[in-house]
Design a protein around this ligand. Structure first.
Ligand SMILES: Cc1ncc(COP(=O)(O)O)c(C=O)c1O
Length: 378
């Protein structure tokens, strides 16, 4: 099998180990982006079929990736889009409670805080260990709790929780389990039919190698039908009607996911290339990608000079993800090291004072060697 990297770049002499921030698109996406631009250069090519087909094809590709019917995929422009839909659309009454996780990514916290104005209790669970576990959840549940909203892989720590166990526990207590899979899906598989989850949300531009301004949510059909949210995008309300009939002003209900797709749903500049990225990832196999990334993480952790650095992300093989956080033993030097790596054409992220490395399928053992060489020399 040819290496994944052959389908990416060229990166020239630059090394991008930063999928947690932005994932590189495969070259097949470039071709699709060029096609999309041509549609607007010559608008006579922009048929009504493009408007219908481009979101549909993306939904089919995403559905295959996560093991869901395409009718349950909601197209967004971010991971935040899905969370906002849940926070504003899932019916909750005064006194109901939503559980969040302390220290979670801002999108998973801020989107819910507004509900406090409506008398809904929004409370943060503080996990006892590095990641949320079933005991933390059970201890936090009260008779008023209706929802747990959490993030599977933590972008600040690289820890991941057991979504199956936590989902099971939520369902045993009649809670909806809403999961942000942004930092996991794409680097590893996540199949909704194998997890007790009610909804997931995911950004497109990180591990799913899409353009910025993409994302999707999946929700169980019965949950979609329960949403109570004023989203009546005129094109979605058009339904199957021809475009020569637009002034019937009907609100279609029970059309499922399409009712909640982001406005401008046929966003072909973004969605055509992203569809190719998703198909590409699916063809390569998320298990294979996960194995590839795990090998690079292992190479990094094994090769890092432990007399100089401490590792903040999980070290035990069974706990690791593709997100590594380290600190120099003199943490005040981290920012300078980050800049030094950049000068050496190695691009990573600097988060909460730590150095974050997140290798993805287009990275190679050479990339890791280069990074280690520079780090260990410091
Ligand atoms: C866990 C998590 N959720 C959401 C986001 C933001 O995604 P978006 O900008 O698509 O809402 C990030 C970005 O780093 C993230 O790490």
């Amino acid at each position: 099998m040819k290496p994944f990297v052959d389908d990416f770049g060229p990166f020239h002499d630059k090394t991008w180990i930063n999928a947690s921030s932005i994932g590189a698109m495969p070259r097949v996406a470039l071709k699709a982006a060029e096609e999309a631009i041509k549609l607007n250069l010559q608008p006579y090519r922009l048929s009504e079929a493009v408007f219908v087909e481009s979101p549909k094809q993306l939904k089919t590709a995403l559905g295959k990736l996560i093991g869901a019917p395409e009718e349950e995929i909601i197209l967004g422009n971010s991971a935040t889009y899905g969370i906002h839909l849940w926070a504003n659309g899932i019916p909750l009454r005064k006194g109901d409670e939503v559980l969040l996780v302390k220290g979670d990514f801002p999108a998973s916290i801020l989107s819910w805080l507004y509900l406090r104005k409506r008398g809904i209790i929004v409370r943060e669970i503080e996990p006892e260990g590095h990641a949320l576990d079933v005991t933390d959840v059970i201890k936090a549940i009260t008779p008023a709790t209706k929802i747990l909203n959490a993030t599977w892989v933590d972008s600040f720590t690289g820890y991941q929780f057991d979504a199956k166990a936590i989902g099971k526990s939520c369902h045993e207590h009649d809670l909806l389990f809403l999961l942000n899979v942004t930092q996991g899906l794409g680097g590893q598989p996540f199949n909704v039919s194998k997890h007790p989850v009610d909804a997931i949300t995911c950004t497109g531009y990180k591990w799913l190698c899409g353009p910025y301004g993409t994302g999707f949510a999946w929700m169980k059909r019965d949950l979609i039908d329960k949403l109570d949210y004023n989203q009546t995008y005129w094109l979605a309300m058009q339904g199957d009607r021809e475009m020569d009939k637009m002034r019937e002003y009907q609100i279609l209900s029970n059309i499922g996911a399409p009712q909640y797709d982001v406005f401008g749903t046929a966003n072909f500049f973004n969605f055509l290339p992203w569809t190719e990225s998703i198909k590409y990832l699916h063809e390569q196999g998320l298990d294979q990608i996960n194995n590839h990334n795990a090998k690079l993480v292992d190479q990094f952790l094994t090769g890092l000079d432990s007399s100089k650095y401490t590792i903040h992300s999980p070290q035990a093989k069974e706990d690791r993800t593709a997100i590594i956080l380290i600190s120099h033993r003199e943490p005040e030097r981290n920012k300078t090291i980050f800049k030094h790596l950049q000068e050496e054409n190695i691009f990573i992220a600097f988060r909460e004072g730590l150095l974050r490395f997140s290798p993805h399928l287009y990275n190679t053992t050479k990339d890791i060697e280069r990074a280690l060489e520079i780090l260990n020399k410091i």
